[in-house]
Design a protein around this ligand. Structure first.
Ligand code: SPQ
Length: 427
């Protein structure tokens, strides 16, 4: 239980948010299946990405980490060896689903397990198409839930129409497609984050992108490279929102990834009336990044839905808090994917913010928030979900009285230095 009371504290100054979680996972994964030595700078040493490292080490890949610097000695797909131990993915959905795609193409047996939250997250969205490609996968409820057992190899390429806009589904099938006997194409209803596509190109793989379809030819080899991981916009989002809603605040977030498939939070802040600036834009390994400036702003409610949702899916908990401090009503719709994240993020956001005095109701595919609300201290919980824990800590800046937050340890999954950054900006 962590007690916090940040009421009437201003936020001023500059921070470097940690490396992007999605890109850090992919750098280790692609480095492990590439030929040669891959170096990764500004890697996120969060628990999820450490789970990815540990899974590849169990398959014989030599990986050395020194803080935010990682070196991976890859020997291609053929360099992976059958793991003697169970692969533990911890709390990480990205590790589970992308690793399944890699394992589907390799002719050995492996078992995968995760924590109690992972055990509830749906896996058939990847195990079904991977089975269609020829992988043998078993698990609880016919391969819907962990623990999973995989025997890969002999894959055929497929053309797959994904029912959900999900980067994990798309990436899993594309990674399996690298071992397919012909091309593999994935089409999704709206574009999801495209870090896998960009990084595959950095590793020398050619892919074809047409609208929301991506095609990869089987049999391509990856060549090692150097990856710089930009700051995670999903981590920056907590301070972007704090900068906008906490009185007398002004924050600069340095080197934040601004890949257009991730910048929905910037669009929402702009549409709500926030003063936000994107400065010093630059690019490395096909990924753009920039410095983001935000200051306290007068905000109004908006409607968030449609193709914007995949561009801000992980930011919805903090957007809900933002909406409690905006004049008028904010409607979040088309976001039923929130129900299958680390927690059911529709229910946890609504329940925890209600305890703080917010006027918020759950809908079938999102939530409605009536602003502007005066919030107050209460006993709340992250329910083991890092993004809920961080949202509640930021809520303390606009809540009169003390917040007692259960299970803030979960924050280490994606942002181990979160409270240090709060302290360094607090005035
Ligand atoms: O890895 P995990 O646990 O799925 O993490 C989350 C998060 O909040 O950090 C979701 F719970 O991010 C996902 C994101 O929601 C990371 C991700 C990726 O790196 O490919 C893609 C998104 O998930 P999805 O299901 O839409 O593909």
């Amino acid at each position: 239980m962590k007690k916090v009371n940040f009421y009437q504290t201003r936020l001023q100054g500059e921070i470097h948010v940690p490396g992007d979680k999605s890109i850090s996972h992919r750098a280790v994964m692609l480095g492990s299946i590439a030929n040669g030595t891959t170096t990764v700078e500004h890697f996120l040493p969060g628990e999820d990405c450490l789970s990815t490292i540990s899974c590849f080490e169990k398959m014989g890949v030599e990986i050395q980490r020194n803080g935010e610097q990682v070196t991976v000695w890859g020997n291609g797909f053929k360099g992976l060896v059958e793991p003697k131990e169970i692969l533990d993915v911890g709390n990480s959905g990205t590790t589970t689903r992308l690793l399944l795609g890699i394992l589907a193409g390799i002719p050995f047996h492996s078992c995968m397990i995760g924590d109690s939250s992972i055990a509830k997250r749906p896996m058939k969205r990847v195990t079904n198409p991977l089975r269609d490609m020829g992988a043998k996968i078993d698990g609880r409820e016919d391969g819907q839930f962990t623990p999973l057992s995989i025997r890969g190899g002999n894959l055929k390429g497929i053309t797959y129409q994904s029912p959900v806009a999900s980067a994990q589904v798309k990436s899993s099938i594309l990674l399996a497609g690298l071992n397919g006997n012909r091309s593999t194409t994935v089409t999704e209803p709206h574009q999801s984050r495209d870090h896998t596509e960009r990084m595959l190109q950095a590793f020398g793989v050619s892919i074809e992108v047409k609208g929301t379809s991506v095609t990869v030819k089987g049999g391509q080899e990856l060549t090692s490279t150097s990856i710089y991981v930009p700051g995670d916009i999903s981590s920056a989002a907590f301070f972007l929102v704090a900068g906008a809603i906490v009185p007398d605040s002004e924050i600069v977030l340095k080197n934040v990834g601004i890949n257009p498939t991730r910048t929905g939070i910037i669009d929402v802040l702009q549409q709500m009336g926030a003063t936000i600036r994107i400065e010093n834009e630059r690019e490395e390994n096909f990924e753009p990044f920039a410095d983001l400036y935000i200051q306290t702003s007068e905000l109004h409610g908006i409607e968030v839905g449609g193709e914007l949702i995949p561009r801000l899916i992980d930011e919805i908990p903090i957007i809900a808090l933002l909406a409690t401090q905006a004049e008028g009503t904010t409607i979040i719709k088309d976001a039923s994917e929130l129900k299958v994240k680390e927690t059911n993020r529709i229910d946890t956001v609504v329940n925890e913010l209600t305890k703080l005095g917010a006027k918020i109701e759950a809908t079938d595919d999102g939530m409605i928030i009536y602003g502007k609300s005066k919030l107050h201290g209460a006993e709340v919980s992250s329910h083991g979900d890092h993004r809920i824990g961080m949202m509640l800590a930021i809520a303390s800046f606009v809540s009169e009285g003390e917040l007692q937050i259960e299970d803030t340890e979960a924050i280490a999954v994606s942002y181990p230095s979160f409270f240090e950054h709060i302290e360094s900006l607090s005035k």
